[in-house]
Design a protein around this ligand. Structure first.
Ligand code: GLN
Ligand code: ZN
Length: 774
C-alpha cells in the first residue's frame, strides 16, 4: 500500500463559516467563545473529511484565524514593538485580540496601531502578514496553537501531522525593519524556539511534523542554501523519534537538489504539477531511506487529475525506491482550491459537461486515495479500476469538447501585429494633449474604482440572482447608489471620479460572466486574506466578448457630472491570474484572447465619450514565475497583453493602471514598458518604500502612490498623508504625482471611507498650497 499525505486543507469552511464568524466577532455580534467554537467546528469537520477519505497523514495547525505566517510570528513571539502596549493592556490581554490587531490594525481605547504589512504568498492570490525583524530581534515561544491543535485532534481520535513554516522560509518571508543586518542572521536566535516547539510536540507523542520550506524550491544564494543542512540537523536531533517531513512546492528543486537530498530528514515533498521534470533527477540521487511525497494532485487549480499521467510518475518512483517510500499527495496545501464540488448544482452557470472536468479539495482527497490504490495495484474489475477507466473517459471528453475550441478566436490571436500593441505617440506628446483635454490640478485626487459594497448592495444582488428582485428594480437601486457616489465625490472635491463598481460582484467574475469561455461556481470560494474570500471563475475555453460589458454603467455615471469619470476594467493578466485557468494551452495564449476582448471594451468606452480608462493589473507581479529563469518570457507576454488591451485609444484618452502588493524593484522596467499614462500603486503600509523603485528608475509616466491603507478600518489623518506625499515628492517630480488610496474601497464601510477621503482631499489641497508657495 502507498501512503497518502495531505499538506493542508481549506480552512474557511465549506460555507465560508470562518468568514462569517470572524466578521461577526469583529463587529461585536458574537463573543470570543463563539468564534473559537466556530474554529473548532471547522477543524473537526476537516479532519473528519480527510479521515473518511482515507488520508493517512492528516495535517493539523493548517487552520488559522487569519494567516499561517502570522500564526508562526505569534508562535515564535516576534511581536513588533508597536503592539507591546496592546499586549500588556488588560482589556486586550487575550492572544486573539493581539493577533487581530497585528492583522488588521487597532484603533480603540486610546491605542492607535497600524496593521502589519501584507503581501502575496509566492505566486498565489493568498496574502500573508509579513514578519518584521529588527537587528536585535528576540524570539521566544509565545503561542502554543500548534500543540493545542494537535491535542484537540487527538482528543477527537484523529492522529495528525502538525504543519508549520520552517525556520528558514519563515525568516525569508519577513523583512528587515532596520539597516545593518540580514534576516538570516537571526537563525541562531530562532532555531531554539523551533527546538522547543518540537520538544513539546514530542511530549504529546507526535509522530510526524511537516516543515513547509517553499524557499527550498526557489532561487537561493549559497548562504541560504547552506543553512538548510545545518538547521535541519539540529531540528532532527531535537525531534528524536518524531519524524520530520520537509515540504517544497510551487517550483522544482533544481539547483537546490543536492541541498534538499542531503537533509537528514525522513521525508521530502516535491511538487510534480509545477515541476514534473524534477522527478528523474531526484530519483537518480535520492539517499537510502528517504521517503518521497509526490505532489501529483494540483493544489492550485480545479481540473480533475489525469490518473494515467500521474501513474507514470508513481510507477517510476515505486520502481526505483519501492512502495514503502512513495507517498501520494497534492502538489501543495489545498488552501488554494475551493472546498467541495458537490455543492455545485447550478447547471446554468456550471454545466454538467464542465463539472465533469473538475475536482475541488474534497474530490482531490479522493483522487489522492485512488492514485495510492492504483499505484499499489491495477486489477481490472476492482472499484478503483472502474474509477480509473471513468477518469480516462472524462479526460477524453474534455480534449475533444466543442465547448472549448473556437477557430475565430484562435485566428484573431494569430493575426496580432506589433502596431496593435503600441500607442500612437510618446507619453510626452500624449500628456500634453491629456492636460489640455482634462484640465486637472497639480496632485490630482482619485480613487481606485470601487466604493463600499454595503450589505444592502450585496443583498440587492443576491435577491436579483434569486429572482426576488426584477432586473429593472435591481438596476434602479444600483443607479441610485451610483448617483449618490457621484454626488458625494463631487461634494468632497475629488478630481477624477469613479462610478463605484456597485454592479460588480468581483472585478474578475464580473467580466468573466460577460465573456464567452467562462463558467462559474456557486460556492467555489478560496481565501484571499483574513476573512476575505474570492470565487475565481473557471476559464475553460477560448475567450471572446459578445457585447459591451461596462459601457452602460460608466456612461450613466458620466452623464451625472462634468468631472471626468474613469472607466474601470480588469486587465488581461489579472483576469488570467485570478481565474482557474485552463491547463490545456499555454497561459499566454489565453492572455492574448482576453486582451483582445478588453481592447474592444476600451474602444467602446472611448467611443462612448469616456476620457480616462483604468485597466487594473493588480496581479501582474504575482504572476511572475518564481524562478528567475522563467521570468523574462512571462514579462514579455504579460506586458504585451496589457498593451494589446490598452493601445488602441487616441492620444488624449488617458490610460490608468493599478497594482497592489507589489515589490516593483525587479520588474520596474517592464512596468514602464506597459506605458500606462498613470499608474496607481500600493505604498502606504510600507511608508512609500515601494516608491523607491520608481524613483531609482526615473519612471517616466505619472504615478499615484497610495497614501492610505484600505485593508484596515483605521482612518488616516490629513497630516500623515501629507507627510507620505512629501516623502514621495522628494524622490519624484510632483508634476508626475497623483493622490489616491492604496486600493479599491469595496471592503470598507462608508463612514470610514468618507472620513478618509475627505482628509485625503484636504491633504492634496495642502500639497498644492505648499507647491505653489515654492
Ligand atoms: N478597481 C478595483 C477596485 O477598486 C481594483 C481592485 C484591486 O486592485 N484589487 O476594487
Ligand atoms: Zn489594488
Amino acid at each position: 500500500m502507498l501512503f497518502t499525505n495531505n499538506l493542508g486543507y481549506p480552512r474557511i469552511g465549506a460555507q465560508r463559516e470562518l468568514k462569517k464568524a470572524s466578521e461577526a466577532f469583529w463587529s461585536g455580534k458574537i463573543s470570543r467563545k463563539e468564534l473559537l467554537e466556530a474554529g473548532l467546528k471547522i477543524r473537526s469537520a476537516n479532519w473528519k473529511i480527510q479521515k473518511e477519505a482515507g488520508i493517512d497523514m492528516i495535517p493539523s495547525n493548517d487552520f488559522s484565524f487569519y494567516d499561517q505566517v502570522l500564526d508562526t510570528t505569534l508562535m515564535v513571539g516576534a511581536i513588533p514593538a508597536r503592539y507591546h502596549e496592546l499586549a500588556a493592556n488588560k482589556s486586550a490581554a487575550y492572544e486573539l485580540d493581539l493577533y487581530f490587531a497585528m492583522a488588521r490594525g487597532f484603533q480603540h481605547d486610546g491605542i492607535d496601531v497600524t496593521a502589519m504589512e501584507m503581501t502575496k504568498w509566492f505566486d498565489t492570490n493568498y496574502h500573508y502578514l509579513v514578519p518584521e525583524f529588527t537587528k536585535r530581534q528576540q524570539f521566544s515561544l509565545f503561542s502554543e496553537k500548534i500543540v493545542n491543535e494537535y491535542y484537540e485532534a487527538k482528543q477527537l481520535g484523529i492522529e495528525t501531522k502538525p504543519v508549520l513554516i520552517g525556520p528558514i522560509s519563515y525568516l525569508l518571508l519577513g523583512k528587515e525593519k532596520e539597516a545593518g543586518f540580514n534576516r538570516l542572521d537571526l537563525i541562531e536566535a530562532l532555531v531554539p524556539v523551533y527546538e522547543e516547539v518540537i520538544g513539546k510536540l514530542k511530549e504529546y507523542g507526535v509522530k510526524w511534523i511537516q516543515f513547509d520550506e517553499p524557499f527550498l524550491a526557489l532561487d537561493l544564494d549559497d548562504r541560504a542554501r547552506g543553512l538548510y543542512n545545518q538547521v535541519y540537523k539540529r531540528l532532527v536531533k531535537s525531534a528524536g523519534d518524531t519524524k520530520l517531513l520537509v515540504a517544497t512546492y510551487f517550483e522544482g528543486l533544481n539547483d537546490n537538489l543536492s541541498a534538499a537530498l542531503s537533509l537528514p530528514i525522513n521525508a521530502l515533498h516535491i511538487d510534480l504539477v509545477r515541476a514534473p521534470e524534477q522527478l528523474d533527477a531526484i530519483l537518480e540521487d535520492i539517499p537510502d531511506g528517504l521517503i518521497l511525497s509526490l505532489g501529483l494532485v494540483d493544489g492550485r487549480n480545479i481540473w480533475k487529475n489525469d490518473y494515467e499521467r500521474s501513474l507514470t510518475y508513481i510507477d517510476k518512483a515505486v520502481q526505483k525506491i519501492g512502495k514503502e517510500r512513495v507517498w501520494i499527495a497534492p502538489s501543495c496545501s489545498l488552501l488554494h482550491v475551493p472546498c467541495d464540488l458537490d455543492y455545485e448544482d447550478n447547471e446554468q452557470t456550471l454545466s454538467v459537461h464542465i463539472k465533469d472536468w473538475l475536482a475541488f479539495a474534497k474530490q482531490k482527497l479522493g483522487e489522492i486515495k485512488d492514485l495510492a490504490l492504483l499505484g499499489d495495484k491495477r486489477d481490472e474489475g476492482t472499484e478503483v479500476y472502474g474509477r480509473y477507466l471513468e477518469n480516462q473517459a472524462s479526460q477524453a471528453r474534455r480534449r475533444t469538447s466543442e465547448l472549448i475550441h473556437h477557430q475565430e478566436v484562435k485566428a484573431r490571436v494569430d493575426a496580432i501585429v506589433d502596431k496593435d500593441t503600441n500607442r500612437h505617440s510618446t507619453f510626452k506628446e500624449r500628456k500634453a494633449k491629456q492636460l489640455e483635454a482634462l484640465k486637472l490640478p497639480l496632485f490630482p485626487t482619485t480613487t481606485i474604482g470601487s466604493f463600499p459594497q454595503t450589505k444592502e448592495v450585496r443583498s440587492w444582488r443576491a435577491k436579483f440572482k434569486k429572482g426576488e428582485l426584477t432586473a429593472a428594480s435591481y438596476e434602479d437601486l444600483i443607479r441610485e447608489e451610483t448617483k449618490e457616489a457621484i454626488k458625494w465625490q463631487e461634494q468632497v472635491g475629488l478630481d477624477v471620479l469613479v462610478h463605484g463598481e456597485f454592479e460588480r460582484n468581483d472585478m474578475v467574475e464580473y467580466f468573466g460572466e460577460q465573456l464567452q469561455g467562462y463558467a462559474f461556481t456557486k460556492n467555489g470560494w478560496v481565501q484571499s486574506y483574513g476573512s476575505r474570500c474570492v470565487k475565481p471563475p473557471v476559464l475553460f475555453g477560448d475567450v471572446s466578448r459578445p457585447k459591451d460589458m461596462t459601457v452602460y454603467w460608466t456612461s450613466y455615471a458620466q452623464s451625472l457630472t462634468n468631472l471626468p469619470v474613469k472607466g474601470m476594467l480588469t486587465g488581461p493578466v489579472t483576469i488570467l491570474q485570478w481565474s482557474f485557468v485552463r491547463d490545456d494551452q499555454p497561459r499566454q495564449q489565453t492572455a492574448f484572447q482576453i486582451a483582445l476582448a478588453i481592447r474592444d471594451e476600451v474602444l467602446a468606452l472611448e467611443k462612448a465619450g469616456i476620457k480616462i480608462i483604468q485597466i487594473d493589473e493588480p496581479a501582474i507581479r504575482e504572476g511572475l514565475p518564481l524562478r528567475k529563469a522563467a521570468q523574462r518570457d512571462y514579462l514579455n507576454w504579460a506586458v504585451k497583453a496589457f498593451k494589446l488591451a490598452a493601445a488602441g485609444v487616441e492620444d488624449d484618452t488617458q490610460i490608468h493602471t493599478h497594482m497592489c502588493y507589489s515589490e516593483f524593484n525587479d520588474i520596474i522596467s517592464d512596468i514602464a514598458a506597459m506605458d500606462a499614462d498613470v499608474i496607481t500603486i500600493e505604498t502606504s503600509r510600507s511608508q512609500m518604500e515601494l516608491l523607491d523603485a520608481f524613483a531609482d528608475f526615473n519612471y517616466p509616466n505619472d504615478i499615484g502612490p497610495g497614501v492610505y491603507d484600505i485593508h484596515s478600518p483605521r482612518i488616516p489623518s490629513k497630516e500623515e498623508m501629507v507627510s507620505l506625499m512629501e516623502k514621495a515628492s522628494a524622490v519624484i517630480n510632483p508634476k508626475q504625482l497623483w493622490v489616491n488610496p492604496d486600493c479599491g474601497l469595496k471592503t470598507r464601510a462608508w463612514p470610514e471611507t468618507k472620513a478618509a477621503l475627505e482628509a485625503m482631499v484636504e491633504a492634496a489641497k495642502t500639497l498644492r498650497l505648499v507647491a505653489e508657495a515654492v
